[in-house]
Design a protein around this ligand. Structure first.
Ligand code: ADP
Length: 502
């Protein structure tokens, strides 16, 4: 616990707990009650003392002092009630209320210290052990007031006590009303050594009380602040977890719903065959449709598992080995070749990368990314006159891979959402091209994890271009935030930081 010394001299407000205590003291009039108790006790003592046959009567001014304390206390009662009206009912009192309360407590303490000195003056001066009450005030000041205010109160108490001591010692204040009869012969108040020791001891008490109490209370403020911060951080992470859980369950609901569609179709088609509704000639066709639905369901499950794997895999896998770009691209092209040929699409690839060029992405993830984008390019490109191009080249401390097609394209309104799970573009839905809406989510997840970038630009009916950028394995730009950007139909470019967790 380190509390910089300078904090003692600032007007820095206290921590919330001490502010609450300060407000509660005013609200419940604790100081006022204490003063009334003190006045009562003082009066009782004075009356009992007077009843003693041997006792010398106390000077009338001491009675006046006690009466002044009682009167002043009535004023504080009224002022306190007014302030209390403004405080009650509000959970978070305004800065103005806190200021007013601070002023009130300061003013009360200034007058209390003055009246205490007055009482000492008429009941034994520095020989009266009641001088210890100064310390009681210092303790309260250091606990409840701002450090600067507490120091002023300490200086005020010392000034008055030292003034009283000096006045009595030098004979400026006369007469000295002794505290006990036997002390008269000692006349300690006029002994300079006794006076210096008394003032010194009180000064040490005041300074020590203020210093240690302030250190402890400022330290507690610091601890409270740290606790508040930790509490806020905990609350924020709890909310983040809740949001994540909500996202997960939404994801699961949608996934289940998506899977239900092919399964319901399969059930319905199988039922038609079982009930003899499908003619013998059509059975093969209907079974073919069942097989297609099974394939759709399997493809969805595969993508769901792929997403699950990518999301759950350790992030450092992208930097452990890296991926040789040309080799991995070669493998991805090989995998798609059959589909391209089956559809009669023209495919060109220009890989302008050194055979050793390595990017900081896990090889399996890299191939999943390229595979997904090539799959989409083939899927969303109409057979006749279809063209797909793949370009790879070193760029900006990494490798840029562009995959473009002249397929159905994507409307600018869909460009923002196609990376979200299960989101599909209108063009794909209208053309009735099957898909799970998970491929680009997987791609985005991998790109984010590898601190890469993905850009998409597309025009409906003209085609699309997806551009990936991955950092080189040796110059993995770990600090670059992942970005998804897209171009609208009218050529404007949008870019957004994509967060995996909200
Ligand atoms: P899926 O292709 O299984 O529907 P994706 O997440 O891979 O899921 O793609 C999301 C959507 O983005 C697709 O449904 C489609 O509307 C659009 N899309 C993706 N790639 C292309 C492309 N090359 N051409 C046209 N539309 C595309």
């Amino acid at each position: 616990m380190t509390v910089p010394d300078r904090q003692l001299w600032t007007m820095r407000p206290h921590g919330p707990f001490r502010i609450r205590v300060l407000l509660a003291l005013i609200e419940h009039q604790w100081f006022v009650r204490l003063r009334y108790i003190f006045v009562l006790l003082a009066l009782m003592l004075l009356v009992v003392e007077r009843a003693q046959p041997a006792a010398q009567p106390r000077p009338p001014m001491l009675w006046v002092m006690v009466a002044v304390l009682a009167l002043v206390n009535i004023v504080w009662t009224v002022v306190g009630r007014r302030l209390r009206g403004g405080l009650s009912g509000s959970d978070a009192p305004s800065a103005e209320s806190i200021n007013q309360v601070t002023w009130l407590v300061n003013a009360q303490m200034v007058l209390d210290i003055l009246i205490l000195t007055g009482m000492l003056r008429f009941s034994g001066g520095i020989e009266n052990p009641m001088a210890i009450f100064y310390l009681f005030h210092m303790l309260i000041a250091a606990l409840l007031l701002k450090p600067f205010n507490a120091l002023i109160q300490g200086a005020w108490a010392l000034l008055l006590f030292a003034g009283l001591a000096a006045g009595e010692c030098l004979g400026w204040i006369a007469p000295h009303y002794r505290f006990v009869a036997w002390a008269e012969s000692l006349a300690a108040h006029s002994d300079p050594l006794y006076v210096v020791v008394s003032v010194g001891v009180l000064a040490a008490g005041v300074v020590g009380t203020l210093y240690f109490t302030l250190q402890i209370s400022l330290g507690l403020d610091e601890q409270e602040r740290e606790l508040c911060e930790a509490n806020a951080a905990l609350r924020a992470s709890k909310e983040a977890i809740e949001r994540l859980q909500e996202r997960r369950s939404r994801f699961l609901r949608t996934a289940a719903h998506q899977l239900k569609t092919p399964l319901t179709g399969i059930e319905m088609l199988a039922g038609l065959i079982r009930d003899g509704i499908v003619g013998t000639n059509d059975v093969a066709k209907t079974v073919g449709r069942i097989i297609q639905r099974c394939r759709d369901a399997t493809a969805q499950v595969t993508e769901l598992l792929m997403l699950e794997r990518v999301e759950g895999a350790p992030l450092d896998r992208h930097t452990v080995t890296g991926t040789r770009v040309s080799t991995a691209l070669g493998r991805s092209i090989q995998k798609i070749r059959a589909q391209v040929e089956a559809k009669g699409i023209q495919f060109t690839a220009a890989i302008d990368c050194d055979a050793q060029l390595t990017v900081a992405v896990d090889t399996r993830d890299f191939e999943d990314c390229i595979g997904n984008l090539l799959d989409n390019a083939v899927k969303y490109t109409v057979a006749a006159g279809g063209k797909i191009g793949l370009v790879a080249r070193p760029d900006d401390g990494g490798v840029r891979i562009e995959i473009r097609d002249n397929g159905i394209g994507i409307a600018s309104t869909s460009l923002e959402s196609i990376f979200e799970p299960f989101h599909r573009g209108n063009e794909a839905l209208v053309a009735n091209i099957p898909g799970s809406g998970l491929g680009l989510t997987i791609v985005r997840e991998i790109v984010e994890q590898a601190r890469g970038r993905i850009t998409v630009s597309s025009q409906p009916g003209q085609g699309s271009e997806f551009a990936l950028w991955f950092p080189l394995w040796t110059v993995a730009e770990r600090d670059k935030a992942p970005i998804v950007s897209w171009n609208t139909a009218d050529g404007r470019e949008f870019a957004a930081h994509v967060a995996t967790t909200e």
